[in-house]
Design a protein around this ligand. Structure first.
Ligand code: SF4
Length: 345
């Protein structure tokens, strides 16, 4: 029996029951694949259902405003996925008559669809025999093949992956490898004893599953210091939409780059940024957020000022819930939402 036959037999018996399983509609397959990037399937389930309830098809998503899309994405992270999803929907609706490209190559031309997502969507929705090579699939294949080279990108394994894959059921084959990587051939403690492809696995035969994949040395994450201010003007909070780039389009509080151990120097920095009559009321707890390549170390202050600088708007603390904020600011948003009765003090 071949590798793919054993894998698919197991998949037919043990596939995870997920809301997008069995789905061939390219819009739904696309949505699930984009949400699943960097995110656990369990987390995606609720977001997927709410997103589809709000935007049941590509035309509905194309008509939506970006803020509504980001609001439904709130907490899922990697917000460029949501912005790209929205832009791609507008392109499909306006330039492609509402129909998605039907090949991986065509799908890759849409914003936010890289080689992995293109292959996943094309194999699942259209049956194109292309491997959905992500970190999970690369890990499984590196063990099955006892791949000795350092893997810099999962597509380093494209050639053997194409050889191994099932040509009759490419979508199921890719999803079977996703399930195997998520549930059995896990990074730290692979369950080789219950693995359906153990008989094909060279790493298992060598009792060396943990030795694969061979990864490049991890990059050191850049550290950034921020001072976050819950800045009040007449009992209302200053917020603004972040410009393009990291977390672009999401809301934030007043944020000054750098760490200020001395309140006087923080007040000076705020003055230089157009805030008048600043009064620092009390420090807030520190918070940290780890991105893929970056760590934010945040210190906070509750403060008030006498003006609303350009770019900012004011909002009542109870209304913060309606605005999309990044998870990175969750701790400060929670404090802001709990500020007493529109911040009387
Ligand atoms: Fe992974 Fe072990 Fe299965 Fe090999 S036998 S694919 S290492 S779980």
């Amino acid at each position: 029996m071949s590798f793919s036959t054993d894998l698919l037999r197991w998949y037919d018996r043990c596939a995870r029951a997920l809301p997008w399983r069995g789905e061939r509609d390219p819009y739904r397959v696309w949505l699930s694949e984009i949400m699943l990037q960097q995110t656990q399937a369990e987390t995606v389930k609720g977001y997927y259902a709410r997103f589809l309830a709000a935007f049941p098809d590509v035309a509905a998503l194309a008509r939506a405003d970006e803020q509504s899309v980001l609001k439904l994405w709130e907490g899922l992270g990697y917000y460029s996925r949501a912005r790209n999803l929205h832009t791609a929907a507008m392109i499909v609706a306006a330039d492609m008559g509402g129909a998605f490209p039907t090949t991986a190559e065509g799908l890759r031309r849409l914003p936010g669809i890289g080689p992995y997502a293109a292959n996943a969507i094309a194999s699942i929705a259209y049956g194109e025999p292309v491997p959905a090579l992500d970190g999970n699939q690369a890990r499984v294949l590196s063990r099955v093949l006892a791949w000795e080279d350092v893997i810099r990108t999962p597509f380093d394994l494209l050639s053997p992956a194409l050889e191994l894959m099932d040509r009759d059921r490419p979508g199921d084959y890719n999803q079977a490898l996703m399930d195997l990587g998520a549930g059995i051939c896990t990074p730290r403690a692979p369950g080789c004893g219950s693995c359906p492809v153990a008989g094909h696995c060279r790493a298992f035969g060598d009792d060396a599953a943990q030795d694969y994949p061979h990864k490049p040395a991890p990059a050191i994450k850049k550290q950034q210091d921020w001072t976050i201010l819950l800045m009040l003007v007449d009992g209302r909070l200053l917020v603004r939409r972040r410009p393009k780039g990291l977390l672009g389009g999401l809301y934030e509080f007043v944020a000054v780059d750098g760490r200020f151990d001395n309140p006087a120097s923080l007040a000076d920095a705020l003055k230089g940024r157009g805030f008048e009559d600043v009064r620092l009321i009390r420090p807030l707890p520190a918070s940290k957020h780890v991105f893929t390549h970056l760590v934010w170390q945040m210190r906070g202050w509750l403060a008030q000022c006498g003006n609303v600088p350009e770019e900012y708007t004011v909002v009542d603390p109870p209304h913060l819930k309606a605005l999309p904020f990044p998870s990175a600011l969750r701790a400060y948003r929670k404090i802001a939402e709990d500020l007493d009765e529109a911040c009387k003090f």
